[in-house]
Write a protein that binds this ligand. Structure first.
Ligand SMILES: CC(C)(COP(=O)(O)OP(=O)(O)OC[C@H]1O[C@@H](n2cnc3c(N)ncnc32)[C@H](O)[C@@H]1OP(=O)(O)O)[C@@H](O)C(=O)NCCC(=O)NCCS
Length: 169
């Protein structure tokens, strides 16, 4: 009996990370906001995405559909937060989230940030990516900003705060 010919499966995702462009704005907001009802992401309006477009990194599938995003929220020349990390449900569990975190850290490092912080329930994911436990109290700029917007967004008390030291980019 002949052995079957094994053809390597074509990769379902293009692991290249792309910068965001203006026409991506509605799709980015939609992907991020899928997870907002469960409190995993904060609602991001199209206006927020537009204002932070320069800090967004994207991943697409073979049909050019957006399947992953992450962004840098730059508070000051020395303080940056990793935000809007989201992978479409059908694409989760294949390493895309880790690639997006790595790409965000590389971009932050290239921009000269000494460290990057993140607030998330995905604790193991961040610990695996070189982040260590921290406290929101170390980032008063974050507390101040969200107090101005909405107290409910300060329900980050339930979430974990992580920080990663960046090497020079
Ligand atoms: C968190 C998220 C981005 C991870 O994306 P992903 O592509 O599935 O992640 P990866 O495949 O790269 O990594 C999966 C690893 O992360 C861990 N992980 C994923 N989501 C997690 C979560 N919510 N809590 C803890 N660990 C999590 C998995 O256990 C897995 O670990 P393993 O590699 O040891 O098996 C994705 O699940 C998602 O979009 N979730 C909803 C939005 C969200 O929670 N965003 C984070 C806000 S900062």
């Amino acid at each position: 009996m002949e052995h079957p010919i094994v053809v390597p499966a074509a990769p379902r995702y293009d692991p290249r990370i792309q910068r965001a462009r203006e026409f991506d704005i509605p799709d980015i907001a939609a992907l991020n906001n899928i997870f907002a009802p469960d409190g995993l992401t904060l609602i991001r309006t199209e206006a927020f995405v537009a204002a932070h477009l320069d800090g967004y990194l994207l991943m697409r599938d073979q049909n050019e559909n957006l399947i992953g995003c992450v962004a840098l929220d730059e508070y000051s020349p020395s303080l940056v937060e990793l935000v809007s990390l989201a992978v479409a449900p059908a694409a989760q569990g294949q390493g895309l989230g880790k690639l997006l975190i790595e790409a965000a850290c590389t971009l932050a490092s290239r921009r000269g940030y000494p460290q990057i912080f993140a607030i998330s329930l995905a604790d193991q994911l961040f610990l695996d990516e070189g982040f260590v436990d921290s406290s929101i109290q170390h980032f008063p700029e974050k507390i101040a900003r969200y107090k101005k917007i909405s107290r409910s967004e300060l329900s980050i008390g339930k979430k974990f705060c992580f920080v990663r030291t960046l090497s020079a980019g």
